[in-house]
Every structure is written in C-alpha cells, then in structure tokens.
Design a protein around this ligand. Structure first.
Ligand code: NAD
Ligand code: TDX
Length: 374
C-alpha cells in the first residue's frame, strides 16, 4: 500500500505521543508520503525524540517546521508550502499539575491553537463560502481517492471522574474538572462545531493514559523510574488509590492511524488500555521491576514511596470503554501491561543520554540557537 499522496501535518510531533506516532508511521506502516512536524518546542518538545528519523527521512518524507499553532500566518504558510491534506493534531499543553499552577497557557495553546488550525483547514480545504462541497473534499492522485481529514487528539479526562463503577463511552456527557481537561473539552467542542457548521471532515479520539519511550519525566511512570534510579522520594498524591487506565503509546499510535485511514468522518472514537491500576499498586509494581533490573532486593525502592498532599480536584477514576473502535475498525491493543512496563523501564535504562539531556535541559539549546532564525 502506498501513501505517497498523503501530506500530513503533525502538530506537536516533537512531544511524547507525536514523536512516537511519526516513528510508528515510518517504521511500522512504511509510510511513503510527507510528514510535516510542526512544533513550538516548548519544554515538552524535544527534537532528540526523532533524531534517527530525521537522519533517515529529512528532506524526503520528513520535514520539521518550528512554529506556534496559535500563529495564523505561520500555520497558513505551512498549509500552502506542503499542500497539506491531513492534520493530526497532537500539540497541546498536556500536564494537569502545570494547568493548576498556570492555566493561561493551556487556554491559549489548547483552545486558541486548535481554533487557528481549524480555521486554516477551513480556509485551505473548503472554498464554497467556507461550507464544504463534499465532492471537492475528495481528489484523485495515482488513481486512489483520498479524503481530506482533520484528526483531533483528545483525552478521556474530558468526561470527568468516575466512582467505583462504570465506564466512559463516546456518548458520556463532558464534565471536565481541571484547567487542562476543560481546555481539551473546549477544543473538542470547536472541532465538532466545525464538522456540523462547515462540514469540515473531522474525527476525534479520546484516549486514556499513555506510557512508553520518550515520555517526559513529569508524568507518573517516567518520574517514578528516574527518581528510583536517583534514589529520590517517589511522591504519591493523596491516598494513592486514584485509578488510571494505561495504554502503551504505540497502541495509541496504531489506533490513530486506523481512525485516520478508516474512521468515519464526524465520529468520535474512545481509545483505552482496558487496564485499570490504582496508582499505589502501579508504583509498587514499578519498584519491583526496576529493582529486578538493577539487581536489588525486590522491595529495595519501596522505601522511597512518600505520600504527599493531593492534587487539587484530583479525578478519582478513569476507565474507557473502547468497544466502538474495536468493533467498527478492528483495532485492538497489542502490548500487555507487564511487558510494556518492562520495555519502558529498559528504554529509560538504555537511553541514558536522552535522560541526561532532558534532566539537564541540554535539549533546549536547539530552540535558543534557532528560534529567531526560522
Ligand atoms: P507532550 O506535552 O509530550 O507534547 C506536546 C507537544 O506539543 C510538544 O512537542 C510541544 O512542544 C508541542 N506544543 C505545545 N504548544 C505548542 C504550540 N503552541 N504550537 C506548536 N506546538 C506546541 O504531550 P503528549 O503527552 O505527547 O500529548 C499529545 C496529545 O495527546 C495532547 O493533545 C494530549 O492532550 C493528548 N493526550 C495525551 C495523553 C497522555 O497520556 N500523554 C493521553 C490522552 C491524550
Ligand atoms: O508525582 C506524581 N504522583 C502521583 O501520584 C504524579 C506526576 C502523578 N500522580 C498521580 C496523579 C494521577 O492520578 O498519578 C496519576 C497519573 O498522573 P499523570 O502522569 O500526571 O497523568 P494524568 O493526570 O492522569 O494525565 C495524563 O493522562 C491523560 C496525561 O498527562 C494527560 O495529558 C492525558 O490527557
């Protein structure tokens, strides 16, 4: 299968999931179209995440463009320059704790940024007074028809917090409770509004907690692994009994690719691991895995576990029902949690250079040297 008529704009491609998605396309899908990675390189964006991919594909199938999704002119230039026909929109401020300390950047990036991208797609793709003529959204290159597509990446956090029972379905009413989830909910609403109002060909996915390589060590799993290696305290919020549903990042990538290529326009798909863990149980298990790898006693790192003040408004439980994407698109998870955790710990142990550049802030040098030169 050739994808050489796909010109995909990946926003936030230098972040955790975006970089895994770009790697997934080149390494697992044999993608032969064009990927434009458009990223502002905030603290969370790191070109080291794609160094190998850039060496292999840069200037042929892969292009990095530095810029802000809120910058209308710059976004327009990118659509023009690469004749973008698909958008996979990962770029966001993504960390709940940061959104509690400083919500403004979340509203700017997640709401204003999504709006700017939607407007660009509307302007470049729809030319019937901003209302689509469906026939114009499909075009033929090399005898294969390709539909334009705006895929928006969202989170299960928009649905709020669950008690002991029940699941989030695609139909669950939105009930966001942190500035992060409220800004993601607002962006989801805008995406749906552009579908209903302008017939913009959109799809949305709401995914549960990802883990895996290149995860920025402010998030639970990589923070715990790196703190263990530095013998630092392992901060567990509140009573540690909050529950998250964990999915290996490559399984999220395969789901997004399925939706992009086979999903129905206007539809929302939940993506999840069907793998619920209490935080404290997960941290204990991680302690055992790291201890085993480091040749230590099974309980060696558990003494570092420290219960700390709870996150304000801490959602108690997330649990995704992902029957829709399984039944309609034939997607399923492929990485068992135990194996995924082992792979993740191994990755952090084997990628000391990445870890050191992230911890020292060394990876930010590219931004300092190039920011004004684009
Ligand atoms: P991340 O924080 O690791 O990466 C975000 C990327 O966006 C970074 O590369 C950053 O530089 C870039 N960015 C930020 N502001 C920008 C701007 N104004 N213009 C251009 N680029 C900008 O995030 P992640 O964990 O990879 O999450 C990616 C997406 O997936 C987000 O939309 C997030 O809401 C969603 N999501 C994440 C998870 C998860 O578990 N991490 C789960 C479900 C959904
Ligand atoms: O030090 C910590 N101690 C702790 O107990 C941290 C960083 C987290 N936690 C708890 C809070 C959560 O219950 O662990 C759980 C996971 O926390 P995070 O890794 O911060 O993730 P979460 O808040 O669940 O949000 C993540 O999943 C959904 C991503 O950051 C979001 O971008 C995504 O939308």
């Amino acid at each position: 299968m050739s994808y050489n008529n796909y010109n995909i704009l990946v926003t936030g491609g230098a972040g955790f999931i975006g970089s895994n998605f770009i790697r997934y396309l080149f390494e697992k899908v044999n993608f032969d179209g064009i990927i434009v990675n458009f990223d502002l390189l905030t603290y969370a964006g790191n070109l080291k995440n794609l160094e190998d991919i850039s060496e292999k594909y840069s200037g042929k199938n892969y292009f990095f463009e530095h810029g802000d999704i809120c910058d209308k002119k710059r976004v327009g230039e990118i659509f023009d320059k690469y004749d973008i026909n698909m958008v996979v929109h990962f770029a966001a401020e993504s960390h709940v704790d940061r959104s509690i300390l400083g919500p403004e950047e979340f509203v700017r990036t997640n709401v204003q940024g999504t709006f700017t991208l939607l407007e660009a797609a509307r302007t470049y793709w729809l030319n019937n007074n901003g209302k689509s003529d469906k026939a114009k959204l499909t075009f033929n290159i090399h005898n294969s028809s390709l539909t334009k597509r705006f895929h928006h990446i969202s989170t299960d956090e928009v649905y709020g917090s669950l008690g002991d029972m029940g699941y989030f379905y695609e139909t669950t009413p939105y009930d966001p409770r942190s500035p992060y989830s409220a800004s993601k909910a607002a962006s989801d609403h805008l995406v749906r509004a552009y579908y209903h109002t302008y017939n913009l060909p959109v799809t949305i996915s709401n995914c549960s907690n990802n883990y895996g390589p290149y995860h920025f060590p402010e998030k639970l799993i990589p923070l715990m692994i790196l703190n263990m290696l530095d013998e630092k305290p392992l901060p567990v919020y509140g009573d540690g009994k909050n529950i998250r549903d964990w999915l290996y990042v490559e399984d999220h990538c395969s789901a997004v690719w399925k939706i992009l290529t086979e999903g129905e326009v206007g539809e929302t798909y939940n993506i999840g691991g069907e793998n619920e863990w209490e935080n404290i149980k997960l941290v204990n298990r991680l302690c055992e895995i790291v201890a085993n790898k480091m040749g230590k006693d099974k309980d060696y790192y558990k003494k570092l576990i420290t219960f700390v003040k709870d996150r304000p408004g801490h959602d108690r439980r997330y649990a995704i029902n992902c029957d829709k994407i399984k039944n309609k698109l034939g997607w399923k998870q492929s990485v068992d949690f135990e194996k995924g955790l082992e792979k993740t710990v191994d990755w952090y142990l084997n990628n000391k250079e990445w870890v050191e550049t992230v911890k020292s802030g060394e990876y930010k040098k590219w931004v300092e040297m190039n920011y004004d030169k684009r």
